[in-house]
Every structure is written in C-alpha cells, then in structure tokens.
Design a protein around this ligand. Structure first.
Ligand SMILES: Cc1ncc(COP(=O)(O)O)c(C=O)c1O
Length: 439
C-alpha cells in the first residue's frame, strides 16, 4: 500500500514537473530568446499540440522497457533509426548522438578541431552552434547574414576567411537551406571543411538532395521543439566512411579500435528509448512535412498580398524547406509606424502565438565573455581577442533581429483555414495600425 501511494505520488509530481519543464524548455528553444506572445482569451488559431504521439510511440517505448536493453549497443532501436535516417537522407552513414550540440561536437572532435582553428558561422542561430565550437577552444568567426533569406551570406563568409580558417559551418536556419553552392565553392578553393548545422532542417533539400550530405558532414537535433523529436537527441550524417568511423568512436569514449581518436572522445550516445521514439516519429514525418510546406506556401502568398510582411525567401537551390520556423520580416512603415513590439502584442491579443526570434548573438554577455576568457587569451593572445569583438560586428544581422517575427512549426500543422485566420488577423492589425500605434 505504502509503496503504491509513493509511486502514485511520484508519478503525479513528475508529470507536473515534466509538463512545466517540457513547456518552458520547448518555448525557450522555439522562441529563443525573446518570446513575445502567448495565448489570448479566444485564440484565433490553436497550434497542434507538440510533440505528437500515439499508441505506436507507447508500444515502441514499452518494447525497449521490457527488453531490458536500454542503452545503445545491445538493442536494435538506435541502429534501426540510424539506418532509416541515413536511408531517407541519401547518406551513407548516420551516427545518432545525445543531442544536436553533441552531434556538432562529435564531428569537430573527430576532425580534431582545436585551439588555433577558426570556424566560420552565422550570427543568426541558436547559441549551441557557438558553444560547440568553443567547447573545442576553436575560435568562432561570425559572417553576417542576408536578411532576405535569414541565412549566412556567402560573400561575408569569403571576407571572414584567414589562414587559420579550418571549417565553414553554415546553419540551415528555420529549416530553409543556406547557399550550399557558394559555400562549397569557397571551401573547395581553400581546402576547407564544410559541416552543415542542419539541427533545424531534417530532410530539407538543396537541389533535390537532403541537407547533411552537401558538406563533409551534417548535424541534426531531435530536441523537444524540433520537427523530428525524441525529447533530446541528435545525429551526424556523412558520406565519408573514415569520418563516420571516427565519429562513432569519438561519441563512444574513443573506444572503437578501428578508428581510435587521438586521446579524445566522450559519451554522446543516444539511448534505445530515444531511438524507439524516433522510429515512431519518422512514420508521421513525411505527412507532417507536406502539411507544413503547403500551409507555408499558402501563408506566404497571403502575406505578400498584405504588404509590409516579407516572408523568408528560399534560395533558388533550396528545393525543400523543413519549415521548422515560419519566419518573416515586419516593416513598421507599412503599418503606420506601429512598432514590431506592438505588432506582436496585437497578434498575441488576437490569440496568435509568435515570437520576435533571436537577438544579436554576438552582443550577448555569453558570447562577449569569450573576449576576456583567460584560456582564449593564452591561445590567441589578448589583442586577437579584443580585435575579435570588432571582427564580430554583423550589421545586417542586427537589422534582421529588429524586424523578424516567427511562428513555430506546429502552427503550420493545422488546416488551411488556420492560415486564412492568421492572414485575417494581420490584415486587421494593418487596418487598425494607426490607433494601435497611438495606444
Ligand atoms: C541551429 C541549431 N544548432 C544546434 C542546436 C543544438 O541542438 P540541441 O538542442 O539538440 O543540442 C540547435 C537546437 O536548438 C539549433 O537550433
């Protein structure tokens, strides 16, 4: 009796804690770092509850639970997921990891990137891209973005290269794809390695081929807010057999004898529970992706008609976006000078959950602290690190951070009538903008 009571109490407590933690984490990630709007009294649209699961997920988890094979190595789930994800992406190899950050760290570790090496990345991204680089004591170098596409500007990448550049790390932000033709051309000319941060873009495509297969490797996140999720999780894709062996070894404490790491490694393994969930989630993935893409295309058409709302532009080579985020730029001038803050507040009041997206990453205290990090002074010198602050200026990104508005991917999973309602709300805000601006 006593133990049953304790068990029930534990379940109640953990369900409550889980809900709180899960929601705050998912929101923090999806809207990082400036959530602007939540629900109003009568929501104009109700986003599909995320993540989606049913009996399939439950039975997959039960199978792992009952098998007693919970860790990678003695079960079938992680291995089957790796095969399935590689197969769908047209990649020769997949190594599942504990999260997207550790997927990036696995590749950087397997390539033995370290002190003195520069890695070029965009400032419009989640902080994890930066953290994976500094975890190796390499120097993150920001290359500004093109606000129209929200992606790294290849012209700015070219300008950021030095003799110490080792890696180009484009991020396929929001599920759209960075200009891989231009980035690969730059890399080829200088023998640089391209690692795609595809954490937000599973199965997006560049010229008909999945992301993660356009550089030497691509990294994915299966964190709770992502289009394909196991709560936490990640993966590396590569077509390079040698790198795959080194990644497998690195993510498993460097202990795989066929590809020993030079004194480096960690435990970045995915569990069988997560593998099982991902296999179940994959069964819905294509259907959900199709719905997101259809709704995004329709919504973009509506927004263009309204004017003053510029949907993310896909590069001509981006033949499929994952639509992890629906991103657009807001032009206050076309809304009677109504500020973006007031625009998103008005959206919230109408029951449209949205966010203003990232603030400039290079200006955050976390990133700026690198300039005075004692290890970085030892490795790069005080002057280089002081110059790094000036070198990190990205004015186009600053502008973009002031104009962007995001909807999360699950808002695109509803019926087309939801998109009509979203557009109606924005039309209404535009009509009433002069009063809203005065309020
Ligand atoms: C662009 C980008 N890179 C890396 C990551 C890190 O992934 P994770 O949270 O799974 O470690 C994320 C996750 O939000 C991301 O959006």
């Amino acid at each position: 009796m006593k133990s049953e009571f304790s068990r029930r109490k534990f379940l109640r407590q953990s369900a409550g804690a889980g809900l709180g933690l899960g929601l705050s984490h998912a929101l923090a990630r999806a809207a990082e770092p400036t959530p602007a709007a939540s629900a109003a009294a009568k929501p104009a649209v109700a986003p599909t509850a995320w993540p989606v699961s049913d009996e399939l997920d439950e039975s997959a988890l039960r199978e792992v639970l009952r098998s007693g094979k919970w860790g990678r190595g003695n079960g079938r789930m992680v291995a089957e997921f790796e095969k399935a994800f590689a197969g769908r992406s047209g990649a020769a190899h997949c190594i599942a990891t504990s999260c997207g950050t550790t997927a990036l760290q696995t590749v950087l570790g397997a390539l033995d990137i370290g002190p003195g090496d520069e890695v070029v990345m965009p400032p419009y991204t989640f902080v994890a891209t930066f953290n994976a680089i500094t975890a190796n004591f390499a120097l993150p170098v920001f290359a500004d973005v093109d606000p129209r596409t929200f992606q790294i500007d290849a012209g700015k990448v070219a300008a950021a290269l030095t003799a110490d550049t080792r890696v180009l790390m484009p991020v396929h932000l929001g599920g759209a794809v960075a200009d891989m033709d231009a980035i690969n051309a730059l890399a080829r000319g200088r023998r640089l390695t391209v690692i795609e941060d595809a954490c937000q873009a599973p199965l997006a495509e560049w010229r008909g081929r999945a992301v993660g297969t356009h550089g030497l490797a691509g990294c994915f996140s299966f964190q709770a807010s992502k289009n394909l999720t196991s709560g936490e999780g990640g993966a590396v894709l590569t077509n390079d057999a040698d790198l795959a062996a080194r990644c497998l070894s690195f993510h498993d404490q460097g202990k795989i004898p066929t590809a020993p790491m030079p004194g480096r490694g960690s435990n970045y393994r995915l569990t069988e529970f997560q593998g099982a969930l991902l296999l179940a989630q994959l069964t819905r993935f294509e259907r959900q992706s199709k719905t997101r893409a259809e709704n995004a295309a329709y919504l973009s058409q509506q927004l263009r008609e309204i004017g003053g709302l510029a949907p993310v532009e896909l590069h001509e080579g981006c033949t499929r976006s994952a639509w992890h985020l629906y991103m657009f730029r807001y032009e206050a001038a076309r809304f009677a000078g109504l500020t973006r803050a007031k625009f998103v507040r008005a959206l919230a009041k109408e029951g449209v959950p949205c966010s203003t997206g990232y603030t400039p990453l290079n200006a955050t205290p976390h990133v700026q602290a690198l300039a005075t990090n004692r290890h970085y002074w030892k490795i790069y010198g005080e002057k280089t690190m002081k110059d790094w602050v000036a070198r990190s200026q990205c004015p186009a990104n600053d502008r973009l951070c002031g104009e962007a508005v995001w909807f999360t991917q699950n808002l695109l999973l509803g019926p087309r009538s939801d998109m009509d309602r979203l557009a109606d709300v924005m039309r209404k805000i535009q009509r009433t903008a002069p009063e809203l601006a005065r309020a």
